[in-house]
Design a protein around this ligand. Structure first.
Ligand SMILES: [Zn+2]
Length: 157
């Protein structure tokens, strides 16, 4: 009995998505080096204002924008990892195959989300399971709170 051939995208499609991912990565890296430049600028400004008259409101603003830049960089960094992983999957030929059901992910979805590793159905399933788990966690927390409340009431008697 012949084994079922695993789903695989055509070479032309893989090539198409590889170019798309490479372009996205290029854009991201450019954007990152620009936000680094912005950080350097922030640093210079902070040094220039390093006097006794430095305004606390000003430094709070600087801190906030620095923090924004940082979380932005972290998010971009994570996305860059996803892009790299997608490029690895292209090289292996597993790109565009749902990692749960092993079926091809529709191209329209990949064009919208080229880093997707699951088809919409499986993603919804995962989300439902997560929500179910969250509900169970919440119910446990609630029961625990009620138990504590009972103990407080009993102790106060
Ligand atoms: Zn699937």
């Amino acid at each position: 009995m012949a084994e079922k051939k695993p789903a695989r995208m055509s070479d032309a499609d893989l090539k198409f998505f590889e170019e798309m991912l490479l372009e996205k990565r290029r854009q991201l890296v450019t954007a990152q080096s620009e936000s680094e430049k912005a950080n350097v600028f922030q640093g210079q400004k902070a040094q220039a204002g390093d006097g006794a008259d430095s305004d606390s409101a000003d430094s709070a603003t600087d801190y906030n924008s620095l923090e924004t830049n940082f979380s932005l960089a972290a998010r971009e960094g994570k996305y860059l990892v996803y892009l790299e992983e997608a490029l690895t999957r292209i090289r292996k030929g597993t790109f565009g195959v749902c990692k749960v059901c092993q079926e091809l992910i529709p191209k329209a979805r990949l064009i919208a989300v080229p880093t997707a590793t699951k088809c919409v159905n499986c993603k919804e399933e995962t989300k439902k399971k997560e929500q179910e788990n969250n509900r169970i966690e919440m119910a446990k927390l609630f029961a625990e709170e009620q138990r504590k409340e009972m103990m407080r009431k009993n102790a106060g008697r």
